[in-house]
Design a protein around this ligand. Structure first.
Ligand code: ZN
Length: 173
């Protein structure tokens, strides 16, 4: 197919001063969750149609992540075609193409992408199990869904998984 107009090459560093923001298509739910944990602002809506995704990416200045070649080729849209079906490789594709996360790891809710707020232990005393309250000092609250996060148990597992991502995983050495 011959296109008479060329979309200017996308350059995240020179595009604008806004922090990088992403929008994952319906097939990339797991990737979206991990990108949030890593510190990427990643919107995700598995009910949105292609035109809706395109409109939203354009309106909110988000880079659209998709495995759909047609959608990725749309003009006037910043897109990243995700090639791999393997989650860890997908994360690496995003990092390689768009650079490191603009926000600190574990600063966003993996469920709803809202920035987490730090809350004192006293503020969550009635909302977390007593043993957690005894062993943890730092709590984060999601203003979106109300979930409480702390840096124990499951969060530690996520950290380990993230280190695997960022260091390239169990290298084939
Ligand atoms: Zn949330």
């Amino acid at each position: 197919m011959c296109q008479s107009y060329q979309t200017p090459p996308f350059s995240p560093s020179t595009m604008n001063d806004e922090p990088l923001a992403l929008l994952a298509d319906g097939m990339l739910g797991r990737l979206a969750k991990w990108l949030r944990l890593l510190g990427y602002d990643t919107d995700y809506d598995n009910a949105a149609t292609d035109p809706e995704l395109a409109h939203r990416a354009r309106a909110e200045g988000r880079v659209l992540l998709t495995r759909d070649r047609e959608l990725a080729a749309r003009r006037g849209l910043r897109t990243l075609l995700i090639q791999s079906e393997v989650l860890e490789e997908q994360v690496r594709e995003v990092q390689d193409a768009l650079g490191p996360p603009p926000h600190p790891p574990l600063s966003r809710c993996p469920v709803c992408n809202v920035a987490l707020e730090t809350v004192p232990a006293a503020g969550v005393a009635d909302r977390v199990p007593p043993y957690v309250l005894k062993t943890q000092t730092e709590f984060r609250h999601c203003p979106g869904c109300g979930r409480i996060y702390w840096s124990g148990s499951h969060l530690q597992m996520m950290r380990n998984q993230m280190e695997k991502f960022t260091t390239g995983g169990p290298a084939d050495e």
